[in-house]
Write a protein that binds this ligand. Structure first.
Ligand code: FAD
Length: 454
């Protein structure tokens, strides 16, 4: 059988050190024969899709039956091992989108991402999910003058052309960048609003909610195949390691692994390994970290950091150590082991980069691997799979799903429960999965990899 499928024994991330009772949960001993909706994957996308379907169906005559099939433990994919940053992009990649697709289309994406801050907060408040949500500011620190100038020019152009969200960031030039950020060698920085939380706790909180409202969660149940055609009842056959389910709707919330079971996405959604760590601080500095950070070293190399309420820091990136070696990361779904070259990258990270951290003894207490889903056009695929009415996808988040998934899942639920058209859901037009995108042979992602020395 092809792949990529989730591998056994994914490394334990910091986020997965406090496991929920649902982690290995199966609602029933055997699988139901039929279901209105089958959701493949129990990460942020799967849990959010189930949640929104139930919420929207509250105002209809009946709740649809929902089965969530998860290959491993609940929330054991990217969501359970990421950087924990809920950071809308209001000026950076949005500038690239504006160049390619126009400011209006790019602004839709930026506004959609910003909307996630309040949408996620409302949900957390409503469902009383304890997941350390904090809103603060993030400083993007630039170390490369030419990249900084280019992004600054892009930002100014966005503002000039009426992209309102671009006004949510503030630029500090070299003269003030280092004192503002506290970062050694900062050449310029952008400050904007962000959020951070414990993604595993948020998602298991949602799963608890949907399971208690009747959704059937089946962990350790990999989907091996989904039929290419539907039967006379319009149902698709979902074949798993534990039997089959016939479903009216199949929602692929399988992110990096989508191509294994939805062949349309072969070479379109690609598993890419990423590295994350947790840094502990035995002797905290006088000024603890007041912001989240992104460090931009060049076009392809960046790290990100979030401070945690316990004084530790979750930091990810480390691409400079392994990007030149594609087999370490490209088209590789193995999160059962470390990328060796990156194992010690974060060891004295805080001392190297921050003023006043030299004597803190800050060091990594855990490093882990996670699998992101990159797409050939850097845009997620959302909506009905072309030619397969009833099969829907919400995947391909390019390492940036936290400010994109919750409302994408809500839109999918509107399509399922209310029969809404994609265009009526508020989803950015660029996210729609289309035949044109699937047939497009351009692959800027490979060009980007080439830049890193492939
Ligand atoms: C190291 C790292 C750091 C990141 N940092 C950030 C960050 O700070 N901010 C941000 O916005 N984004 C970040 N991301 C990206 C973010 O984590 C993802 O965009 C998001 O979690 C994707 O959620 P998801 O539900 O689509 O996918 P996942 O969480 O990967 O869930 C997919 C689920 O589907 C299951 N599955 C797959 N195939 C099958 C199958 N055949 N049968 C059954 N189940 C299956 C998987 O086991 C998995 O549990 C990071 C990702 C990584 C790896």
């Amino acid at each position: 059988m092809g792949g990529p499928f989730p591998v056994d024994n994914g490394m334990t991330s910091f986020w997965r050190t406090e496991l929920d009772a649902l982690d290995d949960y199966r609602s029933t001993e055997t699988l139901p024969e039929t279901s209105d909706i089958v959701i493949v994957g129990s990460g942020y996308a799967g849990a959010s899709t189930a949640y929104h379907c139930q919420q929207l169906a509250q105002s209809t005559a009946s709740q649809p039956s929902i089965v969530i099939l998860e290959a491993r433990q609940a929330c054991s994919g990217a969501t359970g091992r990421n950087g924990g940053q809920l950071k809308p992009d209001v000026y950076c990649e949005i500038g690239t989108l504006a160049d390619k697709y126009g400011v209006e289309a790019a602004e839709e994406v930026a506004a959609f991402e910003v909307e996630h801050l309040s949408a996620v907060q409302s949900c957390i408040d409503k469902e009383q999910i304890e997941c350390d949500l904090v809103f603060n500011e993030v400083i993007d620190v630039h170390f490369d003058d030419s990249l900084c100038d280019k992004i600054r020019a892009g930002h100014e152009s966005l503002v000039l052309h009426g992209a309102h969200t671009a006004q949510r960031t503030e630029f500090s030039p070299q003269a003030t960048a280092e004192s503002l950020s506290g970062v050694k060698g900062a050449r310029g920085c952008f400050k904007s609003r962000t959020g951070r939380f414990w993604p595993y706790k948020f998602v298991t909180g949602l799963l608890k909610r949907v399971v208690s409202a009747g959704a059937n969660l089946q962990t350790h149940t990999p989907v091996l195949q989904v039929s290419e055609t539907s039967d006379n009842d319009g149902r698709w056959t979902v074949t798993t390691s534990r039997g089959s389910i016939r479903a009216k709707r199949v929602i692929f919330c399988s992110n990096a692994y989508t191509a294994a079971i939805a062949p349309e996405y072969k070479d379109k959604i690609i598993p890419v390994r990423g590295v994350c760590s947790r840094i502990v601080v035995p002797n905290p500095p006088e000024c603890p970290l007041g912001y989240s950070y992104t460090f931009r070293f060049n076009e392809w190399d960046y790290d990100y950091l979030i401070p945690r309420p316990d004084g530790s820091i979750v930091a990810g990136g480390a691409k400079s150590t392994f990007f030149h070696n594609p087999s370490d990361w490209f088209n590789n779904p193995d999160d059962s082991k470390l990328i060796e070259a990156a194992a010690h990258y974060f060891d004295d990270y805080m001392q190297r980069h921050f003023h006043g951290w030299e004597d803190t003894g800050a060091h990594t207490d855990r490093v882990w691997t996670g699998i992101m889903a990159y797409t050939t056009d850097y845009l997620p695929h959302i909506g009905e799979i072309p030619g397969k009415p009833g099969q829907m996808v919400i995947a391909g988040f390019n390492g940036h799903g936290m400010p994109q998934i919750f409302l994408s899942a809500k839109a999918i639920a509107q399509m399922i429960v209310n029969g809404a058209e994609y265009e009526a859901t508020g989803l950015p037009r660029l996210f729609k999965t289309t035949t044109e995108r699937l047939e497009n042979r351009e692959n800027p992602f490979l060009a980007y990899s080439n830049a890193a020395g492939r």
